[in-house]
Design a protein around this ligand. Structure first.
Ligand code: PXG
Length: 444
């Protein structure tokens, strides 16, 4: 199949699409064959706004010249380096940069190729840390309802989205905090006011499970995939205090919030709360080369390094063929250079105000039951049709596609995370078209 032609029904069967209704896809396949800046192009010449920066991963838009040059330059120099027992200069350069960027003493970086691998790496590290501290019984985890930490077994154990877990049998021992969506916060602009108390649910879990058995609490600073569910201002602080009190590690999954989405480099900076481990992926390379990273505290690193054993023993029995892949490191260095600087964060914060107004202008349209936003992330919650819970958001997204906007839907939410390089006019245009799609759909 060339980039100009549509797939045949036969060729479509061979590609089993990820997290997709393949049967629906076969009826109306959506292909993009080119991307430039804020836009995707289909093989038949349709141009679409990319309203989610790919899957939250391309804040610099598509075809970024500096990233292209970094990758092609790297290809000429070193295409692959063994990840075990050997490394390469860009891996150290990137680690130094990440250590400098990450809050507090999060100074040590382990690499992988995705957010899912980052979550499982972080969970394994938490268990290994407690074992190294002589407390192997601290092995259970606490996640949060509606949380998403990828699709591997660790990630779905702590994840809080039922459909992602239901087909896979036994998971790790994990318990879940309640989610932070509250009806009284509906249509909040930015941080909701209610909900600090929801962190106290940790105490109830500990009453039954006992802190002596718990390795870590893992949460996203704001739940992205769950539908941009934002905690109230004091929630994460309270969670941090409780974790400290009970000697439990706190892991922030910053796969979505990392690298500027909230107008600060990390969600931890935005909320001014320090985790013990931070995971990231996606925007780390602007989505151009797969990469994930786990950034850990001095205490965890040093504990692992100080384990008894001879000098040949491996401190953390974990890693991937593609850990710190040279092309990914090159892409990450070029991306971070452009994203993680005060001018870009200022730009995101400036656009966020306009984005907030534009998304909240959808209030009052039929079927819109909540709108949430923070930084350049937002969700429009669509009233569920009880008979077909997944239908409306999916149908509205299909209409948006016809109107030239790629809109991501998940459950009953439409999610938005436009590229940081958007102009005010682009944000207005995206939401004008989405408003039309919702209005027409509700009438039909
Ligand atoms: N943690 C978080 C917080 C994520 O959002 C992952 C882990 C897993 O990352 P990988 O790279 O293994 O996919 C994610 C991924 C959506 C959407 O529409 C979100 C994700 C992926 C695809 C779609 O919200 N998040």
């Amino acid at each position: 199949m060339s980039s100009q032609t549509k797939p045949t029904p036969e060729s479509m069967r061979h590609h089993w699409l990820a997290f997709t209704s393949n049967r629906r896809f076969h009826q109306s396949p959506r292909l993009v064959s080119k991307a430039e800046g804020l836009f995707y192009h289909t093989p038949d010449g349709h141009k679409l706004y990319d309203s989610l920066s790919g899957l939250w991963c391309s804040p610099l838009g598509h075809g970024n010249q500096a990233i292209k040059e970094a990758i092609t330059g790297q290809l000429d120099e070193l295409d692959y380096a063994p990840a075990f027992n050997v490394s390469h200069p860009k891996a150290f350069e990137l680690s130094e940069k990440l250590a400098a960027l990450a809050p507090g003493d999060l100074d040590h970086v382990l690499y992988c190729s995705s957010g899912s691998e980052a979550a499982d790496t972080a969970l394994k590290l938490a268990r290994a840390y407690w074992r190294a501290k002589g407390k192997p019984e601290k092995s259970k985890f606490i996640g949060r309802a509606k949380g998403y930490h990828g699709v591997n077994f660790g990630g779905i154990s702590v994840g809080g989205i039922g459909p992602n877990r239901k087909s896979y049998g036994q998971t790790l021992d994990a318990y879940h905090l309640p989610h932070t969506w509250l009806a009284e916060n509906a249509f909040s602009r930015g941080l909701p006011t209610e909900g600090d108390h929801l962190a106290d649910a940790l105490n109830q879990i500990l009453e039954v499970q006992d802190a002596s058995n718990i390795a870590a609490v893992i949460v996203e600073p704001m739940a992205g995939s769950g539908g941009v569910i934002i905690p109230s201002a004091g929630y994460l602080k309270r969670l941090r205090e409780l974790c400290d009190k009970h000697d439990i590690l706190l892991i922030f999954d910053e796969v979505i919030t990392g690298f500027g989405r909230m107008g600060e480099v990390f969600g931890a900076d935005y909320f001014n709360v320090q985790p013990d481990i931070l995971t990231c992926a996606k925007a780390l390379t602007n989505g151009v080369v797969p990469m994930g990273a786990v950034i850990t505290s001095q205490e965890i690193y040093q504990t692992m390094m100080d384990q008894p054993g001879d000098e040949y023993s491996i401190e953390f029995m974990h890693g991937y063929t593609y850990s710190a892949h040279p092309l990914a490191c090159a892409a990450a260095l070029a991306s971070i250079e452009q994203i993680a600087n005060p001018a870009m964060m200022e730009q995101v914060r400036g656009l966020s105000e306009l984005f907030e107004n534009a998304i909240h202008d959808l209030r009052g349209l039929p079927l819109v039951e909540d709108i949430r936003n923070i930084g350049l992330a937002g969700a429009v919650q669509i009233e569920m049709d009880p008979a077909h819970p997944l239908k409306r958001a999916s149908d509205i997204s299909a209409r948006c596609w016809e109107k030239g906007v790629y809109v991501r839907f998940g459950g009953n939410n439409l999610s938005f995370a436009p590229p940081f390089i958007s102009q005010p006019q682009d944000i207005h245009e995206i939401f004008a078209r989405v408003a039309e799609a919702i209005t027409e759909y509700a009438k039909a």
